[in-house]
Design a protein around this ligand. Structure first.
Ligand SMILES: CC(C)(COP(=O)(O)OP(=O)(O)OC[C@H]1O[C@@H](n2cnc3c(N)ncnc32)[C@H](O)[C@@H]1OP(=O)(O)O)[C@@H](O)C(=O)NCCC(=O)NCCS
Length: 144
């Protein structure tokens, strides 16, 4: 397994994994195509035998970053892949002069909240009825 920067050639695989994990952002191929060419966009993916099995997407500008989308293929969950991907993103953001990262997560998404907490994120706020006009979002942040 290895982690590398994703490119425009990975868009269909990124969208495929995203579809398999409905709690991820659901950008679709079109959204990924737009995202991956942004100057402030950093997408890392995990691959095994040249097959993509997870990703984590960050936007970073002027020292401030936001983690926008994360998913691991269901067959590969609970093997430390999400942790490795996010650790890499945090490390990369730090190396680029990043000072603070934030993200939003559904308060019912226990797996993701637990993962982010393990990386060092903590709650910095909430957005009421952010998802489907029903469920709150937890805003989490980390100082780099
Ligand atoms: C959240 C997600 C990326 C975790 O990926 P993963 O590769 O399975 O995570 P890891 O194996 O690296 O686990 C790291 C930590 O995350 C937490 N975690 C992961 N899956 C969990 C689960 N099902 N239940 C509770 N905690 C979980 C644990 O704290 C775990 O540490 P531990 O193994 O020491 O207990 C994956 O479950 C996923 O793709 N979920 C759907 C998409 C999503 O929710 N994205 C985030 C939207 S904000």
């Amino acid at each position: 397994m290895n982690i590398r920067r994703a490119t425009a050639l990975d868009v269909s695989e990124l969208a495929r994994i995203e579809r398999l994990q409905p709690q991820s952002a659901q950008w679709g191929e079109k959204g990924w195509k737009t995202e991956i060419i942004q100057a402030a966009s950093y997408v890392f993916c995990m691959e095994e035998d040249k097959k993509l099995i997870g990703f984590a997407a960050l936007r970073l500008a002027a020292g401030f970053g936001e983690i926008l989308n994360v998913a691991v293929h269901p067959d590969y969950c609970r093997r430390g892949i999400g942790f490795q991907l996010l650790s890499r993103l945090v490390q990369y953001a730090r190396s680029q002069g990043g000072e603070e990262l934030t993200l939003e997560v559904n308060i019912y998404n226990r797996a993701a909240i637990s993962l982010y907490s393990k990386i060092g994120f903590s709650e910095i706020g909430r957005r009421e009825k952010f998802y489907h006009n029903k469920e709150d979002a937890l805003i989490m942040g980390i100082t780099l």
